[in-house]
Design a protein around this ligand. Structure first.
Ligand code: AMP
Length: 425
């Protein structure tokens, strides 16, 4: 074992995992691409200020979960903890407000949060996200939610539940915040010390508390959903009607709290019973104030992000096709001494044959370990090669069909033609 290990809360993505991820990526590309979302990739780090301003100073993410460093020139940079603020930054930087709105973007990228690691919660993790910037139509919210539902369904994710709510506008929220703070102050005896300590910083979090006493107290707390301004209530009703019309089931959850400050109006979260404590698969909502907060014109927008690892955990088995190996190119002189020049010449022929096969669209692997011929045939069998080509000389190949055991001596070009004629096994 090496003296090094992947840092706590991080993991290696090994080839088999990569295949499952590639399948997830293909589903995301198909579903989001077909709906007109263009893929975007932003840098892994951004100015710290982007997240402080975008995500919110009071959030856990900004207060204690960011990997922040000095770039050597006195500027503070942060490994991206989320994707929405960077996408909005890119929207403004590239003048995308001049394009037809909404601008629909999606991403699959890695994110970094210094959280306490556990199953489904890592310090480097991947998210698929979708953002539609420049429309306040309820149809945008509904489409985004339906697209995430489609993605989860395409992956066969079991036991999903969708929770839905509305946070109204910042003005409503500010009034409500005062009302909630007053309620919490009046009921401090019934709240956990942790909640009391954060009343002014983030009172909404009180709804999220795990302890029974706080939960009981919070049953009588005023709800933001009951305080929505008429336009917001109307917007929310329209989103709900569209989801009802599409036959998507959801639960209203007036206490739904998201860990990012930029949300306005619609918020939602998908959870899966197939996951343990970290049951959130993906979520998002509307963030009508964010683009302006980052220096742009007032621009309504909505989006979501879903965790790749959580989706894969909840998806269980995915039908990953085993890798096909059409051809294994063996060399008769490898490993058993012989003159170096002879070996080099025969190996050169092997290279040529493998290249020719690959150019013809076949998958071809070469002997690289200096095994005996017997060992090479065993290796070909182990990897499930359909054919083995043994290089006997510069222009001669013994081609063996691993299915039937038949073999014949051919020139390299004829060997490739024979494999193509025989089809892939
Ligand atoms: P958020 O950006 O916090 O709204 O999270 C959206 C989704 O990303 C969650 O529902 C999770 O699936 C996933 N996620 C968030 N944080 C982590 C993490 N630390 N490790 C793994 N997945 C995460």
């Amino acid at each position: 074992m090496s003296s090094f290990q992947a840092p706590r809360g991080t993991f290696d993505v090994l080839p088999a995992d990569c295949e499952r991820r590639a399948l997830l990526e293909a589903h995301a590309q198909r579903i989001l691409g077909a709906a007109g979302y263009g893929r975007i990739e932003t840098p892994a780090f951004e100015p710290t200020e982007l997240f402080a301003r975008g995500v919110g100073e009071a959030t856990d993410i900004v207060r204690k979960e960011m990997y922040t460093f000095d770039d050597g020139g006195g500027r503070s940079l942060t490994l991206r903890p989320e994707g929405t603020a960077p996408v909005c930054r890119a929207y403004l930087e590239h003048g995308m407000h001049r394009l037809a709105q909404p601008v629909k973007l999606w991403y699959l990228s890695s994110f970094f949060r210094a959280e306490a690691p556990q199953k489904g919660r890592y310090r480097q993790f991947w998210q698929v996200g979708a953002e539609a910037i420049g429309s306040d139509e309820p149809a945008t919210d509904a489409e985004l939610i339906l697209l995430l539902a489609d993605l989860l369904e395409s992956l066969g994710i079991r036991g999903t539940r969708l929770r839905l709510s509305s946070l109204g506008t910042p003005a409503t929220r500010a009034d409500y915040r005062q009302e909630l703070i007053a309620f919490l102050r009046a009921h401090e005896d019934g709240l956990s010390p942790e909640v009391v300590a954060r009343i002014d910083l983030n009172p909404m979090r009180a709804f999220d508390a795990g302890d029974r006493r706080t939960r009981e107290t919070m049953r009588d707390a005023p709800l933001l959903l009951h305080r929505l301004a008429p336009e917001d209530a109307e917007h929310f009703a329209a989103v709900r009607e569209l989801l009802d019309g599409a036959g998507l089931r959801y639960e209203l959850d007036p206490t739904l709290v998201r860990g990012l400050d930029y949300y306005t109006r619609t918020v939602f979260e998908f959870t899966s019973d197939a996951l343990g404590a970290q049951s959130g698969v993906g979520g998002g909502g509307r963030y009508d104030g964010l683009v302006q907060q980052l220096g742009g014109d007032p621009t309504p927008a909505a989006g979501w992000a879903a965790g790749v690892e959580r989706m894969l955990l909840a998806a269980g088995e995915l039908p990953v096709a085993p890798a096909v190996v059409d051809l294994f190119v063996a060399v008769a002189v490898a490993g058993d001494g012989g003159r170096r020049e002879d070996r080099t010449r025969v190996t050169g022929t092997a290279f040529e044959l493998a290249n020719r096969a690959r150019r013809a669209g076949l998958s071809a692997q070469m002997e690289l370990a200096g095994r005996s011929l017997k060992g090479q045939l065993r290796q070909a069998d182990r990897i499930g090669a359909g054919w083995v080509a043994i290089i006997d000389g510069p222009m001669q190949v013994t081609l063996k069909n691993m299915g039937s055991g038949e073999q014949s001596q051919l020139e390299p070009a004829a060997a490739i033609a024979e494999i193509l004629r025989g089809g892939r096994l």
